[in-house]
Design a protein around this ligand. Structure first.
Ligand code: DGP
Length: 114
């Protein structure tokens, strides 16, 4: 899979406002925030969409959610509430084909999402 902008951020080739990183996961602020807190959590492994995730990625997928919760706490939105969103493919609004969790909070969220 060719490198996306997120792959380049994960490798440190493109700068981002990074809030958390370890050997498997990177979390950074979205460039076009849709809420007062809008953080993206990505695996360093270049999985294009959730459809491409494999059974051997199960632990990594779980870790993405744990990092999302950690970042939410760090950003002070854990108790007020936040939303975690994965857009899968173009019809759902995915524009960057490197799996990512959106962590959104700091304002009331509507349901259902658009
Ligand atoms: P999605 O539509 O689910 O594929 O979300 C992609 C998000 O990525 C979108 O909210 C904007 C954000 N984004 C795109 N390019 C960059 C970038 O270069 N840096 C950062 N920090 N965010 C980006």
């Amino acid at each position: 899979m060719p490198d996306t902008i997120f792959g380049q951020i994960a490798k440190g080739e493109v700068s981002a406002d990074i809030l958390y990183q370890d050997e498997e996961v990177v979390a950074f602020r979205d460039i076009g925030p849709q809420a007062p807190v809008h953080v993206l959590v990505i695996p360093r492994k270049p999985i294009a969409t959730l459809n491409e995730a494999q059974p051997e990625d199960a632990e990594l997928l779980g870790k993405l959610f744990l990092v999302a919760a950690r970042v939410a706490a760090q950003e002070g939105i854990a108790e007020s509430g936040y939303r975690v969103v994965v857009n899968c493919n173009a019809g759902a609004g995915q524009t960057v084909f490197h799996l990512h969790l959106h962590v959104l909070g700091g304002r009331p969220m509507q349901w259902p999402p658009g």
